[in-house]
Design a protein around this ligand. Structure first.
Ligand code: 4AD
Ligand code: MG
Length: 471
């Protein structure tokens, strides 16, 4: 009997909840969320295995041989294997429940020390137990939605013939030219080798030169786009900005498509279709998780995503955006003038108050944007675009790239960069240059927007932020 039962393949909780399994015997494994004992001599276990936000209810009767000795000791967090008959559930809200034939305990969780006892534990507290928080409803749902977004992204590009390129994590160039990079070194920090003029002797370092963690895979994306036409990267990026906000991480994931024979217009078009596809896929494929977020985290998320999927994004030049903000009569912490970098309060005003939908702002002043963006004929603005969404603000940053060699060299110099160090990047303009464009989507900001989670540290498994890299 036991051996036969052991041979049963494992059924997920998600499947065990389906009415079509009624009448079957299944083997389900998972963690106990709660145990309720009834006076009539039986207990209910709520079991979850992460396959769905829902729990399956297990009825364990007193006649089970280990009822007194083991089942009555099962607390929240214990792990079990249940072999059971799937029966129609007498309760509302679920189609099935499991009538246990046997319950095997893998491990107990001492209720006096297990930290996930009560509902409503704060997100701040859960950050201190990042090793256990995926066992909560919220973090399980975030993990599944994050997975669906990633799947949707790969699917979007693959269905359009984009090649996935793995850009390096260790790099010798600063893509954004912002200098906010983490150094990678094997030099002994207690005994840094120096040259005669006291400069650090990086020739003795592992790579024989200064290296850092990448802030973006774009430059490598451009290399491959100018050979394969349409490519994308999807990987971790690192920024040593000292920004302690709910929208910044020191380590975050970015998706960067790069397209040859494409201008800013085409870039904006792809960005809009891209976001709509992701939102639509999450609504279609994660209905239970999205209902949870809509109920517990933000009552507007589903409605917002649905309306975005079915309407056009606003397109607004930076100059018009500044005009709109100035005319709004709103008092901002950072006053609005042509030339300023838009702050999150401005971005949110445009998307939440003025237009109530995503806004693509384009043609930004050159002085607030990176060196690689294509110069407009006015000599003042570049072919940049940012996609702004309610609550999160900037979710995508991108541009048409400067494909004219001389213009790019000039621009690098005026940004304080040495064109010789970027000789390979300039070669792309020297040999068979083409108009091209691309953008970067922040994965965590996307998860934030989709789920309504207020803090970016709660949408990545192990957040890294200033003074915070636990786990
Ligand atoms: O606007 P950014 O800096 O653009 C680039 O890095 C370009 N190289 C992209 C490209 O054109 N290929 O960053 C792109 C996006 C932002 O819009 C934002 O969503 C996200 O990356 N991002 C961050 N997310 C979390 N924490 C941070 N510190 C982030 N910095 C940028
Ligand atoms: Mg940006």
């Amino acid at each position: 009997m036991t051996t036969k039962i052991e041979q049963l393949p494992r059924t997920t909780v998600s499947d065990a909840l389906k009415a079509e399994l009624i009448g079957k015997t299944v083997r389900v494994c998972g963690w106990v969320r709660t145990r309720r004992d009834s006076k009539g001599g039986f207990s209910f276990l709520e079991l979850n295995d992460g396959s769905t936000i829902k729990n399956v209810q297990v009825l364990a009767e007193a006649k089970l041989p280990n009822y007194e000795s083991e089942i009555l000791k099962l607390g929240t967090g214990s792990s079990v294997e249940v072999v059971a008959n799937v029966v129609e559930s007498p309760g509302k809200g679920q189609a099935t429940e499991l009538k246990a034939e046997s319950v095997r305990v893998f491990g107990y969780a001492d209720p006096t020390t297990y930290p996930l006892q009560k509902k409503g534990t704060s997100f701040e507290f859960l950050r201190t137990i990042a090793h256990l928080r995926p066992r909560t409803n919220t973090f399980g749902a975030v993990a599944r939605v994050r997975n669906e977004i990633s799947r949707s992204i790969h699917n979007f590009f693959n269905s359009r013939g984009f090649i996935y390129v793995h850009s390096p994590i260790i790099t010798a160039s600063d893509c954004e030219g912002a200098g906010q990079m983490f150094r990678v070194t094997t030099l002994d920090l207690d005994q840094i080798p120096r040259k005669d003029n006291k400069e650090i002797d990086f020739e003795q370092d592992f790579f024989g030169r200064p290296t850092h963690l990448t802030v973006s895979g774009q430059l490598e994306g451009e290399i491959y786009a100018t050979a394969l036409t349409n490519v994308y990267t999807f990987g971790p990026t690192f920024r040593a900005e000292n920004s302690n906000t709910s929208r910044h991480l020191a380590e975050f994931w970015m998706i960067e498509p790069e397209m040859a024979f494409c201008d800013l217009e085409g870039n904006m078009q792809v960005a809009e279709e891209f976001l709509k596809t992701i939102f639509n896929d999450v609504l279609t494929n994660c209905p239970a998780d999205m209902e949870f977020f809509n109920e517990r985290i933000d009552k507007t998320v589903i409605e917002t995503l649905k309306s975005i999927v079915s309407s056009d994004f606003v397109r607004l030049s930076y100059t018009d955006a500044v005009e709109t903000l100035k005319k709004s009569g709103e008092t901002f912490e950072f006053p609005v003038e042509w030339g300023i970098d838009l702050q999150s309060e401005h971005e949110r005003y445009l998307t939440e108050k003025t237009f109530k939908k995503p806004v693509i702002v384009y043609d930004y002043p050159k002085d607030i944007k990176a060196f690689y963006m294509k110069m407009n004929d006015d000599g003042k603005t570049v072919r940049a675009m940012d996609v702004l969404v309610p609550k999160v603000g900037e979710i995508i940053g991108g541009s048409q790239r400067e494909e004219r060699l001389e213009v790019l060299e000039e621009r690098m110099k005026s940004c304080g960069l040495n064109p010789e160090e970027y000789w390979w990047y300039l070669d792309l303009r020297r040999y068979g240059t083409v108009p091209h464009a691309g953008f970067g989507l922040g994965l965590e900001r996307t998860v934030q927007f989709v789920t309504g989670m207020a803090n970016i540290r709660d949408v990545i498994p192990f957040p890294r932020a200033p003074k915070s890299a636990d786990f």
